[in-house]
Design a binder for this molecule. Sequence first.
Ligand SMILES: CC(=O)N[C@@H]1[C@@H](OP(=O)(O)OP(=O)(O)OC[C@H]2O[C@@H](n3ccc(=O)[nH]c3=O)[C@H](O)[C@@H]2O)O[C@H](CO)[C@@H](O)[C@@H]1O
Length: 361
Amino acid sequence: MMLVAGTRPEAIKLSPVARSLRLRGLDPQVVLTGQHPHLDLADYGFGHGPHVELECPGQADPIAHVGAVAAALRPLLEQAQPELVIVQGDTSSAFGAARAAGAARIAVAHVEAGLRSHDRRQPWPEEDFRIAIDSGSAILFAPTELSAANLRRERIGGQIHVTGNTGIDAVLRASNGIERRAPAEPTLLVTCHRRENWGTGVAHVADALRLVAEQRIARVELILHPNPDLATRVRAALAGCAGISFHPPCGHADAIRAMLSASLVLSDSGGMQEEAAVLGVPLLILRGRTERPEAIATGNVELIGTDSGQIVAAVRRSLAAGPPRPAMPFGDGRAGDRIAAIVDHWLANRAAPHAAAVAAE
Ligand SMILES: CC(=O)N[C@@H]1[C@@H](OP(=O)(O)OP(=O)(O)OC[C@H]2O[C@@H](n3ccc(=O)[nH]c3=O)[C@H](O)[C@@H]2O)O[C@H](CO)[C@@H](O)[C@@H]1O
C-alpha cells in the first residue's frame, strides 16, 4: 500500500493514518511528490521513516503539475504494484496520484472526501480536484456526516465511511501540553495563500492589516507560506508597515502554539478553520466561501471575505467579544485509527477471492 503526499497539510493529515497503519503492522510505502520542496516530514508529525521523492515541485499551472505527478508516479506504481494508493485532500499532488493509480487500475482511498464549497471557482482548483478524486475512489473517508451526504448526493460509486478528520488527531497531538495563552496586547495571527486571493485579495488583506496596525487595533503576526513567490508578494504588499512582523513557515507544533497565543486568527487556510474550532480560538475566514460549514456553526469561525473595510470591522467586533469555547465538529481525534481499521479490513477482503481460488485448486 502506498501513501502519497505533496504539501505540508497533506503531511499533517496523513501522519495519523501512517501511524495507525504501522500500529497494525501495515507499513505503507510513503511517496513525496515534492510539491512543497524540502518538506521535512518530521516537522509535521510523520516521523523519520524512509520515503521516495518524485521531485515534482509545485508549478504556477496546477493542471500541469497534476500531469507531472501522474507521469512521475506511474513507473513507480508499475514496479511496486500496491493494492491501494491513499491520497488526502484536494491538491494537484493528490489528484495526480489518483489519476496515475486509476490509469494503472490500482484502487484509490481518499482521506477527507466529500468537502464541497459548491462553487467550482472558489476555491479553484481545489473544488475541481476533490470532486474528481472522489469520483474515482474505491474508499472514501468522509470527515463528517455532511461531507458523506455530499458524496451520496453525487451518487459516488465507492464505499463511504464517516471517520472524523485526521487533522483533528494531528492538532490534538500537536497541542498536547501547550496552554491557551491570552496575549498581553491584542494580537492577530495571519496566513493568506489561497490562489483566488493571489491578485486583489492579497492587496485588500494587506490594506486591512495596515489599518489594523496603524490604528493600533492589534499587533499583526504574519506567517509566510512555503511558496516563495507568494511569500514575496505578501511581503511586498505590506512593505514598510510598522506593527507587522513576518515569520517564516514553521512546524506544526509551532503553528499551533502561535494560534493558541493569538487573540484572533485571520486566514484563508482550510485546516486552520478546523483547528480554530477545536482550540477555541476565534478565526475570520479570508474567503468568499467555505467547504466547512461545520466550523461556522460552532460560532468560533466567521466567513468575512477580503473586503478591507469588512475585515477591519470584523476584527474590532471579534476582539471585543469574549473568547469562544473549544468545539469538536470534525471528529474526536481517532480518525487515523478508524481509517487504518477500514483499510485493514478492505485489504483482507480483497485478498479473499484469490485465497479462495488457491484453496479450491
Ligand atoms: C480548500 C482547502 O481548504 N484545502 C485545504 C488545503 O490545505 P490548507 O488550506 O489547510 O493549507 P495550509 O494553510 O497551507 O496548511 C494548514 C496546516 O498547516 C499548519 N501550519 C501552518 C503554518 C505553518 O507555518 N506551519 C504549519 O504547520 C496549520 O496549523 C494547519 O494544520 O489542502 C489540504 C491538503 O490536501 C486539504 O486538507 C484542505 O482541505
